[in-house]
Design a protein around this ligand. Structure first.
Ligand code: MSP
Length: 501
């Protein structure tokens, strides 16, 4: 069976999940759900990043130990993902023993390869980024990302000799030209590498909240080295060689553009050093901005995704983040935008189609859905929607995929408006129109299921079909002509009641 594996970043546990985290996770989930519908064996990994100075400081401020602090926040991520219907297969916490075992093995492998050496570090550190900066990167002495003051650090560190990997990384990307999506991000990565790579510190001596280096326990692993390793420790590196061999390399690391350098430069070099294959791909999302700023605790513009669910429902929220922004570009979040999209695409299009089909079937077909016809004008439109939707999900373009699916919804609504079955007398003509509309709706529910897992299943049930959409297969079950009719169609409560701005 074809396998498909994906990961989200592991989230820092210094604060609760916010909209930006939810966005990245929902994209990874929807793409994974699409691959499950293709019949592939999917593995989706998420988790939490719990070591490092940032967490240590947050715990200090709360007056508890870092582990107690992490234990209080990590479940909030797990709960948020359950609430958002995220179908992850594993949730790794970097404080778990399976992770420590793999991190130590990876460190030792890079050390044995001669790529980790001791040196003195002198320079600036941003705790919010957990990253080192050279003077030229600072803006007026501040971190360019968080616009916060950096700290001068001078200590003995072990360094990963990243500078030795320039040629190997360039060669690898040359051999894998489609590894990064969207492709413009590849140029950015090649630019970093060609600009010259600096060695990076992989240990801290003044911090205790981390994983000790196996050969020198007076140092703990730098949090990014530790965090990146989650992608392999979760699938058995250091604990289960067989599982690791079967599950690595991953198909996609879903990440935000802010962590591209760590993922597309440091990470493959670390793996190469240890003799492990780099990932097959990276999908790099933009930021969801609020008033033009990246959402962050420090900026005071954090949006809690769970509050939005109360307004538009889980599926309404999932749909919004997937449809509103072209994946890879930045998007602007606003309450008005959320409600506008909900009203136009869900209330007026999908919700309206489901409701009017049920109403007409009730009035003109005795409440029993008629079978679809073989030569409907909607058949070709449905086939195009299936092809375009498939193509877009395959290339990690959720907004394009939904647009393609919504074309079939739009065409079906127009078909009903052109034929006005509500004005017809009961009989063959009305049965044909309604059988075709039901068939189009059946196909739409399958295509839209990765974005709207609950409401599509609800529509499926209302049009008299049984079983779970998640057990269906994209190509076999989306071919025209499978709505055989003869079962009761029910209208039910509005799925997406219109909202006022
Ligand atoms: N712990 C690191 C990742 C380690 S992965 C080995 C980290 N954590 S984070 O919690 O700060 O953010 C993780 C990711 O959340 C970001 O890289 C990005 O993908 C996503 N987002 C955080 N804020 C975001 C927005 N405002 N918009 C979109 N995504 C953003 O970095």
């Amino acid at each position: 069976m074809t396998k498909f594996s994906a990961t989200t970043p592991i989230y820092y546990v210094n604060a609760k999940p916010h909209l930006g985290h939810a966005y990245t996770t929902i994209v990874a989930d929807a793409v994974s759900r699409w691959h499950r519908l293709l019949g592939e064996e999917v593995h989706l990994l998420t988790g939490t990043d719990e070591h490092g100075l940032k967490i240590q400081q947050a715990a200090d401020a709360a007056g508890v130990s870092p582990k107690e602090f992490a234990d209080s926040i990590a479940p909030l991520f797990a709960q948020a993902w359950d609430r958002l219907n995220i179908t992850h297969d594993d949730f790794i916490r970097t404080t778990e023993p399976r992770h420590a075992a793999g991190v130590k093995k990876l460190l030792q492998a890079c050390f044995d390869a001669g790529d980790i050496e001791v040196d003195m570090y002198r320079g600036q550190y941003c705790v919010a980024c957990e990253a080192y900066f050279i003077e030229e990167e600072l803006i007026e002495g501040m971190c360019p990302i968080h616009k916060k003051e950096t700290t001068f650090v001078e200590e003995e560190n072990y360094f990963f000799r990243l500078s030795r990997f320039e040629d190997r990384l360039l060669k690898w990307y040359e051999d894998h030209p489609n590894a990064i999506t969207p492709s413009f991000r590849m140029n950015e990565v090649l630019g970093f590498i060609k600009g010259g790579l600096n060695d990076f510190s992989v240990s801290r001596k003044t911090l205790t909240w981390g994983i000790p280096l196996p050969w020198d326990p007076s140092h703990v692993a730098y949090v990014w080295f530790d965090a990146l390793a989650n992608y392999i420790t979760a699938v058995g590196y250091g604990t289960d060689d067989k599982a690791f061999a079967e599950n690595w390399p991953v198909d996609y690391h879903f990440i935000g553009k802010d962590i591209i350098r760590f993922h597309c430069v440091y990470w493959p070099a670390m793996l190469m050093s240890a003799g492990i294959e780099p990932p097959k791909g990276w999908a790099v999302g933009g930021w969801l901005l609020v008033d033009g700023e990246k959402m962050a605790k420090t900026a005071g513009n954090v949006v809690n995704p769970l509050d939005l669910i109360d307004v538009v429902g889980v599926d309404g929220f999932r749909y919004y983040v997937l449809a509103e922004t072209t994946y890879g570009n930045d998007g602007d979040f606003s309450d008005e935008g959320l409600i506008k999209r909900f009203n136009s695409d869900l209330a007026n299009n999908l919700g309206n189609l489901a409701a009017r089909v049920a109403t007409v079937v009730e009035k003109k077909c005795g409440g029993i859905g008629p079978a679809s016809s073989a030569n409907s004008p909607l058949a070709a439109i449905a086939a195009t929607a299936v092809a375009e939707t498939s193509q877009a999900w395959a290339s990690v373009q959720p907004s394009k995929a939904l647009e393609a699916t919504w074309k079939l919804i739009g065409a079906t609504n127009s078909y009903l408006e052109d034929n006005e079955p509500w004005k017809m007398e009961p009989g063959d003509a009305v049965n044909t129109v309604m059988g075709d509309a039901l068939e189009a709706l059946r196909i739409v529910t399958i295509l839209a299921n990765p974005a709207l897992p609950t409401t599509t299943q609800e529509i499926w049930n209302r049009i008299g079909l049984t079983g779970n959409i998640t057990d269906l297969r994209i190509h076999a079950d989306t071919k025209w002509g499978q709505y055989t009719g003869g079962t009761t169609v029910v209208k039910g409560q509005p799925l997406f009641p219109r909202l006022t701005v």
